[in-house]
Design a protein around this ligand. Sequence first.
Ligand code: FA5
Length: 334
Amino acid sequence: MSEISKIEEKFNQALSGAKSLEELDAVRRDFVGGKGLLDTHLKNLKNLPIEERQKMGSSMNALKGVIMKALHARKSELEDEALAKTLASQAGDPTLPPFPFRVGRIHPLTQVMNEITQIFLGMGFGIAEGPEVETDENNFGSLNFLEDHPARDMHDTFFLEPSPGSVHESPLLLRTHTSPVQIREMRSAKPPLRIIAPGKVFRHEAIDATHSSVFHQVEGLVVDKNISFADLKGTLEIFVHRFFGSSVKTRLNPSYFPFVEPGAQMDILWGDRWLEVLGAGMVHPNVFKSVGYDAQEVSGFAFGMGVERLAMIRYGVKDMRLFYQNHVDFLHQF
Ligand code: FA5
């Protein structure tokens, strides 16, 4: 048997004996490694006559190719086996009970906002939106809050630093109520109008069980010919009955907001106390003037309700802050 065939046979035996990647690597080193069998033989070729040396050299190189190929194929096989073993050892036990994970749900405040929206959509209102960063003009000026009038103190406001080179004529602020959306809507459309505007508002308030510094309102605005206070009262009554049911106890009291005349607030009986849930009134002629409407031609009503307060009464939640703490056990009840 020639030298080459002997090496090949030895290699085949070693290869079939290699049962792991480590053993396979040892076979590789023994045969084609730096000081392996083939290398040693190649080094010994220099002692042979030139013709034989060339013949043996090319046979050895061919054998080296065969060995490398076989090593490679066996390596893939062993790797697949190792992977299959790992996967089998990590496979879950299908007879174990599943993890008791909880399905997510819609936040109660979002649920309440959605419900309020649905009720007004059912009454033929459309939905309007405005930005949370507003101009002083839309949030106050156009709503008949006069410069330096104490009415501005009703809302403790977060003003934004003007950016260097700012081109805004009116200072920017975080809107303190959703009423600026009234201004935006009236400026961009002609009467008749019947919209609600749900959104987030911001006030620098002392926080307690019924006050937050970031909260939600739903604004309402109706403008048409011959809209009266009776329309406002009827609309609010339909809303509270649909939202709370007909046993709810409400009262409408006079109140002051610069952008309505007359103005009112609605309170709802909550346990043994009355809780103010919304402000409302007939759109002030000065507001119509600021948006270019003719107060002789049209009239309108507006309201702004506090979403958190409505949610508290609806669900019997005693402290508004619970809605923001987002404890899973609390949220899971809704
Ligand atoms: C206003 O914000 C007026 N824009 C409402 C309005 C609209 C009047 C249209 C007339 C016409 P007021 O500040 O009262 O009004 O807020 C309205 C409602 O938001 C309150 O009735 C209350 O339910 C809720 N609210 C007010 N302040 C807070 C607060 N700090 N935290 C949570 N809810 C509040």
